[in-house]
Design a protein around this ligand. Structure first.
Ligand SMILES: [Zn+2]
Length: 101
C-alpha cells in the first residue's frame, strides 16, 4: 500500500503533490499587510453602516474595484417564489418568437 501526501494552500485551498509548489502558491497570494486599498463611502444620508461603499485596490499598476454586496444570510424561499410570479407577469407581455429572423 502506498500513502499519498498532499499539500494544501492555506489561502485558496488548491492541492499540490509537491510541497514547494504549495509554498509557491501561498507566497503568490497578496496578503493583508501589502494590499493598498482606497476607501470610498456613500453619503451618510443613505448609508448608516459606516462601512465603505466600495474599495479600490491598486496592484501591479492595475486598479480593481471591490463592491459591497449585502447578503441576506437567512434563506427566505417564500419571498423568492413571489419574485418568480412577478417575472411570469413580465414574460406575458413579451413576444415568444423574438430572436428568430
Ligand atoms: Zn493558493
Amino acid at each position: 500500500m502506498k500513502e499519498k501526501t498532499t499539500y494544501i494552500c492555506e489561502f485558496c485551498g488548491k492541492e499540490y503533490e509537491n510541497k514547494d509548489d504549495a509554498a509557491e502558491c501561498e507566497s503568490m497570494h497578496a496578503k493583508k499587510t501589502n494590499l493598498d486599498f482606497e476607501f470610498h463611502y456613500a453619503s451618510a444620508d443613505t448609508d448608516h453602516t459606516g462601512l465603505p461603499d466600495y474599495l479600490i485596490l491598486k496592484h501591479n499598476d492595475k486598479e480593481y474595484r471591490y463592491e459591497r454586496k449585502l447578503v441576506d444570510i437567512k434563506d427566505k424561499p417564500k419571498e423568492k417564489e413571489k419574485d418568480k410570479e412577478k417575472d411570469k407577469d413580465k414574460d406575458k407581455g413579451k413576444d415568444k418568437d423574438k430572436g428568430k429572423g
